[in-house]
Each structure stands twice: as C-alpha cells, then as structure tokens.
Design a binder for this molecule. Structure first.
Ligand code: CA
Length: 202
C-alpha cells in the first residue's frame, strides 16, 4: 500500500477516533477494523451532507417534504399557474403569495419557463394556506417538488413578485425579503422593471 496514503488514512482515523471519544464518548482504540468501517461511514455521511449544505435551492423550514395533497402537473399555464390532476380530477392551481408577469407583459415567457423547469411533468405536493380557491375557482396552494418550495424558489430566482391576498399571508414577509434580495442582485425579471410598481397587493 502506498505509504503516503497509509499515513493519511492513519491520520484521518486518529482524528476520527478523537472526535468520537470527545463528542460521543466512544472509545475506538481497540478495534482497527471497526474504526476503518466507521471512518468510511463518517466520510460517506459527510459527502452526502455536502450535497445538502451546498444545495441553495429553496426548502421547507424543516428541510423535508411537507404534508399535503399529491398531484401530477399536466400543464404549465404561466409562471404562477399550473394544471394538475389529483386522482382522476383536473384542477387549475394558482400559487399563493406570488405573482409572475401576464402574457402581455415583459418577462412572461422567462417566468413561465422558470416555472416549467421546476414543475413540468412532476408529481408535486400541494399545501393550502387559508383559502381553498380564489374568485376564479383556482386552487390556491403552496407547491413543492420534493423539498423544493416552488413559490419560494420563483421568488428567489427573481421571476415572481410577492403579493398579498388576505388572509393567505403565511410566507408573505419571507417572500418580500426574497424579492428584495433578487431585485438587488438583478435576477430573473427584475432588470425589466416589471415588478417596480411598489405594489404588494393586486
Ligand atoms: Ca401572474
């Protein structure tokens, strides 16, 4: 075995044993094979952890998929509206708390594409705030793909502005903050000026 590799491995094992002893009270000095196996587990755990640490996409507060209704996305209407199927029944879903440009406005296509990139053809989880539907009969929902919170992600990417339709305000202050950050960074639709009317209600 390469001597440099062996020394590096011994060093890592030493550090690992020390960490185990100090933080978990586990004394690993007596069994080298067990120590090697645990070191491998630690390295794999760290590597898998890195994916989570460096993944800057939006997640739920708990970092896991939320409880809600499962639906299949059948059509992208625009940046903030989709068609879904729940069982055998089709519904139109309007994302809560966010607004993307309409089809006669600048950045409509880019916002629609950003939404499609997140949810097209996907199985999503729909979560209700307070209202079930809006005045057009569309389901008002927070939408998740796995742990990615789509409403929040569109805000973060700068393709949506925060809007407030009471009483559905669960993430409003967070969305306002994300909009400010995206605007300052010039992300998504912000450079077009489409969100610059200063209104948070529509
Ligand atoms: Ca819109």
């Amino acid at each position: 075995m390469n001597i440099v590799y062996q020394r590096f491995k011994d060093l890592l094992q030493g550090i690992f044993s020390c960490l185990c002893y100090n933080f978990f009270g586990i004394d690993l000095r007596m069994n080298k094979n067990m120590r090697s196996a645990l070191l491998l587990v630690l390295v794999l755990a760290l590597l898998s952890g890195c994916e989570i640490v460096f993944d800057d996409s939006a997640t739920t507060p708990s970092g896991s998929s939320p409880q809600g209704e499962t639906a299949l996305v059948t059509r992208i209407i625009d940046g903030d509206t989709i068609d879904v199927r729940i069982g055998d029944v089709g519904y139109r879903v309007r994302y809560v708390g966010v607004n993307t440009p309409e089809d006669d406005e600048p950045c409509y296509a880019a916002a629609r594409d950003a939404n499609a990139a997140l949810v097209e053809g996907q199985t999503v989880t729909l979560v209700q705030d307070v209202s079930n539907t809006d005045r057009f009969g569309r389901l008002l929902r927070f939408v998740y793909v796995g742990s990615t919170f789509v409403n929040q992600e569109l805000m973060r990417q700068g393709y949506a502005e925060a809007v407030l339709y009471q009483p559905d305000d669960a993430f409003h202050s967070e969305f306002v903050q994300l909009e400010d950050e995206a605007a300052r960074a010039g992300r998504g639709c912000h450079p077009t000026g489409i969100f610059d009317d200063g209104s948070a209600t529509r």
